[in-house]
Design a protein around this ligand. Structure first.
Ligand SMILES: [Zn+2]
Length: 509
């Protein structure tokens, strides 16, 4: 069993009642009319976060009944099962129990999936979710600008309440766009209270989160000179307090610091002492040409429990070290093209024999959805191959296919997040993290090719329904149980407080 503190009675932000209880979610399933009627009948109550973070009941939802997603075009992305022009998905408790045409279950609650594509939710392997209240603050900035404004100006002044709001906004935004699992690369651990606040925001959202415990922020960027933080050793408390069970919606990672090899090794040790996997930025810009992975390998520190982010400027030896030690890779291609990390290493990963996962990284400059991520890696890889052909290369690499890109966005994400046994495909026995994407919308109708429609043409506006661990989080295009007026107030308050504390003049135009 998971052990979660009672966040609803220990609210940090003063915004209790932000979300409505999800107690009646399962009653909302069938039609928009029924949903509206049911919603009106449910009195707003305190946040339901802690229950969302715990495993759902063993059978069915609040009603105890199975859920049957009926008559959709089903992309399981499980190569052994294949896809279906039309099939049903049966969910019992938190898990998928069957995927095939014409399932009939007498007492199931039905989700009509006509005119939708039913597929696994997207999996993001690296996002700095504390920045959820800093969306669009840096549309024209470089990596240096990002460090100066976001990390050393705003980050240094973040309160726990700001971190809570950022994580909550980012998580709800992810669910809204069909991202059902997300690694929160959380380098805002200025105090243990910041840590608790981030975890609280994630838990309240109901997203399947991987909390990657990271370093603090201060004005100099040298966290090791700060007082008051407990990085990296506080991960031992987190393991005990929040992550004592493997059977829960949130799991624990260490976010390795951008620091000297000695400090990195210290963080790796603290992670492994408590059995936490690791994620670390490497190969970023000129600074990333420092053969860091060779140095860490000399200390036997590279293992299969680690995800390497960006990897744009790694040398060939480092790439082989990742492969040979069984590591995974996260490419944040859109931000890499914007901010000067280096060329997104899509082809390099494939040539090395590594299937990458994808990540949004920063909402300060990057849209929060995965359609953008998929299209960026797809177009960049193809453009590189075309360029080689035009330059006379007689044996250029193969073009990526849309199906490969969709796998990067789902099962490869699950692998990098250490959850491939639980999510990433619609396979019986896996947890029911499922999205329904509408095909009767003007950007894709009439639908001719399901994988092509998802990767080349769809956007967040197609995300109709989202389930996480068998729980309906979004239905008929609307997040379930979110009080938007209260959410908006929380965001406004956090932003005003942060700009004031950081001494940044605010202009929205
Ligand atoms: Zn990052």
């Amino acid at each position: 069993m998971a052990h979660w503190p009672n966040f609803a009675s220990a609210c940090l932000c003063g915004a209790c009642g932000l979300l409505r209880s999800d107690v009646s979610r399962r009653g909302f399933l069938c039609t928009a009319g029924a949903a509206a009627a049911a919603a009106a009948a449910v009195a707003p109550v305190l946040v339901a976060g802690p229950t969302q973070a715990q495993p759902a009941p063993a059978v069915g939802g609040s009603s105890g009944r199975p859920i049957l997603i009926k008559g959709g075009c089903v992309l399981t992305l499980d190569r052994a099962i294949g896809d279906f022009e039309e099939a049903d998905v049966l969910i019992e408790g938190t898990k998928i129990s069957a995927v095939r045409p014409s399932i009939s279950v007498a007492d199931a609650e039905i989700i009509d999936a006509a005119s939708t594509i039913v597929m696994p939710g997207f999996v993001d392997t690296h996002r700095h979710m504390w920045q959820g209240i800093l969306r669009n603050v840096l549309p024209d900035g470089s990596l240096d600008d990002y460090r100066a404004l976001v990390q050393r100006t705003f980050g240094a002044k973040y309160t726990p309440d700001d971190a809570y709001a950022g994580d909550l906004f980012s998580a709800l935004g992810a669910i809204d766009t069909g991202v059902t699992c997300i690694l929160d690369w959380s380098h805002i651990q200025n105090t243990p209270e910041h840590t608790d606040a981030c975890i609280k925001g994630l838990a309240e959202s109901g997203v399947r989160a991987v909390f990657a415990y990271g370093s603090p922020q201060n004005e100099t960027g040298r966290y090791w000179e700060m007082k008051g933080h407990k990085y990296p050793d506080d991960i031992a408390r987190l393991r005990k307090q929040y992550f004592s069970s493997a059977d829960q919606l949130m799991t624990l990672y260490m976010a390795g610091p951008t620091a000297s090899p000695e400090l990195i090794l210290q963080a790796f040790k603290a992670a492994r002492d408590v059995g936490a996997r690791i994620s670390i930025h490497v190969g970023v810009g000129e600074f990333g040409r420092n053969a860091l992975l060779e140095k860490l390998h000399a200390q036997q520190a590279l293992r299969s429990d680690t995800t390497y982010i960006h990897c744009c400027t790694l040398n060939d030896t480092e790439w082989k070290l990742i492969r040979d030690t069984g590591g995974t890779v996260s490419i944040a291609s859109y931000v890499e093209t914007l901010m000067g990390h280096g060329h997104p290493p899509i082809q390099k990963a494939i040539d090395t024999g590594i299937r990458p996962s994808l990540s949004v990284d920063v909402e300060t400059s990057v849209p929060n959805d995965f359609f953008q991520q998929m299209r960026t890696v797809f177009s960049l890889q193809k453009n590189d191959v075309w360029a080689r052909k035009l330059a006379g290369d007689k044996e250029p690499p193969k073009f990526l296919t849309v199906r490969e890109v969709l796998e990067f966005a789902t099962i490869e994400g699950a692998r990098a997040n250490g959850l491939e046994h639980k999510i990433g495909t619609l396979s019986p026995g896996k947890e029911a993290d499922i999205i329904l994407l509408r095909t009767d919308r003007l950007n894709v109708m009439p639908m001719n090719n399901a994988v092509g429609a998802v990767v080349t043409s769809m956007g967040p506006q197609n995300v109709d329904t989202v389930l996480i661990a068998g729980k309906v989080m979004k239905r008929n295009g609307q997040l379930v149980g979110v009080d938007f007026a209260r959410l908006a107030r929380l965001g406004e308050q956090a932003r005003e407080r942060l700009y004031s504390n950081a001494g940044v003049p605010r202009s929205r135009v």
